[in-house]
Design a binder for this molecule. Structure first.
Ligand SMILES: [Zn+2]
Length: 301
């Protein structure tokens, strides 16, 4: 079976734990929308395009998370003339991937356990900054859909009836596995779900999950909304007693019954809990106070 699965005449993807989007430019050229975790997924993109007789012209990185940019370095190194595109807010992290484990380590030089390929890809230069809601690449005009929240400046890409939605929403199996859909800014994440709901493409491809026809989009977005609200409730309930961020995270982990298998997953989980604490603070439902025990969260006044 070919690696590349056609979606519409000018769009395709390589399905997997990370779905890799491909836009066909019509002159045997292709644009990759994200490149997966590492050089193996980069190699897979290359093979998929080779099989289909396509040449990679550009990579659009939707956001800086290692499982979306990990194949960039392999592709840029092995294929001549491939230009990398990203938003202004995401580009510094794509060029300096050490920033991801650094922010997960409270800004410190990260411990060895966080310097893993799950959190730290190989960096590449970003050649073009994506500003605004459209871009012309390799002769085709693509719509850029702002989907911040999961990450600072995440985008989706819309073309030929398909919206490549990155981690703007997750498939149901992924939601069940993660407990909290990872967020940097929960309010923005919810607003991005609402933005996706207004789109009228025929297909929506999440970074993780099934290709979703328009008719199933509402249900998928609703499931994401519910997962975010469930996480927010769990964090709010954990504030019944004051506690620092890690104590709150421990309570939330228990409430949601989450098994966390490694330090990278733990760091991501704590970061997502912290995002919900900040979100609750903006709603007046949480306050951060300095005590003799350090910085402690309390429920709203
Ligand atoms: Zn992500």
């Amino acid at each position: 079976m070919p690696l590349l699965h056609q979606i519409t005449p000018h769009t395709a993807y390589v399905p997997g734990a990370n779905n890799l989007g491909v836009i066909l430019t019509g002159d045997d050229g292709a644009i990759a929308v994200d490149t997966g975790l590492d050089k193996d997924t980069g190699r897979m993109v290359r093979r998929a395009l080779d099989e289909a007789g396509l040449q990679l012209r550009a990579i659009i990185s939707t956001h800086h998370h290692a499982d979306h940019i990990g194949g960039n370095e392999y592709l840029v190194r092995n294929l001549p003339g491939v230009a990398v595109y990203a938003t202004r807010l995401e580009a510094p992290f794509i060029e300096n991937p050490r920033l991801e484990p650094i922010y997960l380590a409270l800004g410190a030089s990260p411990p060895a356990a966080l310097q893993t390929k799950w959190l730290m890809a190989k960096g590449v230069s970003v050649h073009h900054i994506l500003d605004g809601d459209a871009v012309e690449i390799a002769g085709v005009r693509l719509e850029i859909v702002a989907l911040p929240g999961h990450s600072l400046g995440q985008i989706g890409v819309a073309f030929d009836g398909v919206c490549f939605a990155a981690d703007g929403f997750f498939g149901s199996e992924v939601l069940a596995k993660h407990g909290i859909p990872y967020a940097h800014d929960v309010a923005a994440q919810i607003a991005s779900l609402e933005r996706l709901a207004t789109r009228d493409e025929r297909f929506f491809l999440p970074g993780h999950g099934e290709l979703t026809p328009r008719s199933n989009l509402e249900a998928a977005l609703r499931a994401n909304r519910h997962a975010i609200e469930r996480a927010s409730r769990a964090v709010r309930d954990a504030l019944a007693e004051p506690g620092d961020t890690l104590a709150i995270a421990r309570r939330v982990q228990k409430t949601l019954g989450l098994t966390i298998t490694g330090l990278p997953q733990y760091a991501i989980f704590v970061s997502a809990v912290a995002a919900h604490l900040s979100y609750l603070e903006t709603q007046g439902a949480a306050r951060l106070i300095l005590t003799d025990e350090g910085a402690v969260w309390r429920g709203g006044s």
